[in-house]
Design a protein. Structure first.
Length: 311
């Protein structure tokens, strides 16, 4: 505690009477006093300067906080713009895939208009009017415009994906039909004339009654014998009365036989297409002259090839 001093009281009374403010510093030991006499106006200036400095510091801090908030918001908007761009790219890619599938389908099915396969293309994407409205919204309310655009793009992507799935299902169905059609042996295997029909007959070699499991098509030796449908070669070699024989499995229960060849041009295990050469006409095996024995089996049962052979 600092002891009371009449001298200190007296000096303070004199300073107050003089209209000045005295700043007194009393050290802990209390032996010496440090004092400064300041005019009242100077004190006011110091106080105002201190308040101005404090206010300036608060203002700068608030501005810095606002700037940081603006930078964070700008980063969020940039992130939103990137997401919108990615969504637009997904929608564009999906629509391009749909357009490609649609074009392939129209080509396969020879459709002349889009409406023959898919509903009107007006729902395929935003119109010019939509784009103009979006640009206007971006200028007036960018935050809401980004949200609206994101929702619209998501809906567009989902619609495009649904449309793509639908068209893909149609394409799979058409390709399935095409596979079945390509596996049906509808072509003639060789140029010539039918010298022996399918069914009961007298065997020209043995002279006995029998059942002819195919048709004989005659022409000159060496005439190319062609595959009548797409498939895989199951057998290519010598097979008793068939002579040199090629057997093709076409799937869906169909298989074809090409017998009495003079030369085999196909190899077992190879995929072949309709029109590929299986061999050359000949007279190998049990035969009385050059021809090809052409046989169609459906699930292992011989059927009349003429019912499948188109002119």
């Amino acid at each position: 505690m600092i002891p009371e001093s009449p001298e200190i009281d007296r000096r303070l009374h004199e300073r107050r009477a003089s209209g000045k403010l005295t700043v007194v510093v009393i050290p802990g030991h209390g032996k010496h006093l440090y004092q400064w006499r300041l005019a009242t106006w100077l004190t006011i200036v110091f106080v105002m300067a201190a308040m101005l400095i404090l206010g300036t510091a608060v203002f700068v801090m608030e501005q810095d906080a606002a700037q940081r908030s603006d930078l964070a918001r700008a980063a969020e908007l940039r992130k939103a713009d990137i997401q919108v761009a990615m969504d637009l790219a997904q929608g564009r890619d999906a629509l391009l895939r749909v357009a490609g599938l649609e074009s392939r389908l129209r080509h396969m099915l020879s459709f002349k208009t889009k409406k023959a396969l898919i509903k009107d293309a007006s729902d395929a994407g935003p119109t010019e009017e939509d784009v103009g409205r979006l640009a206007e919204n971006l200028e007036t309310a960018p935050d809401q415009a980004v949200k609206d655009t994101h929702s619209s793009v998501q809906a567009l992507v989902q619609a495009a994906q649904r449309r793509e799935q639908s068209v893909q299902e149609i394409l799979d169905y058409v390709q399935g039909l095409r596979t079945v059609q390509s596996s049906r042996p509808t072509a003639w295997p060789v140029h010539g004339w039918i010298s022996s029909d399918f069914g009961k007959r007298v065997d020209p070699v043995s002279g006995r009654a029998g059942f002819h499991t195919g048709v004989d098509i005659a022409n000159d030796t060496g005439t190319p014998v062609r595959c009548t449908a797409d498939g895989r070669v199951n057998f290519a070699g010598w097979d008793g009365g068939y002579g040199k024989l090629v057997v093709v499995n076409h799937g869906h229960g169909f298989s074809t036989y090409y017998g009495h060849l003079s030369e085999i041009k196909a190899a077992a295990g190879k995929w072949v297409k309709r029109g590929d050469i299986m061999g050359l006409m000949g007279a190998t095996g049990n035969t009385t002259g050059p021809h090809v024995h052409y046989e169609i089996r459906l699930y292992g049962v011989p059927v009349d090839p003429v019912k499948y052979m188109q002119p």
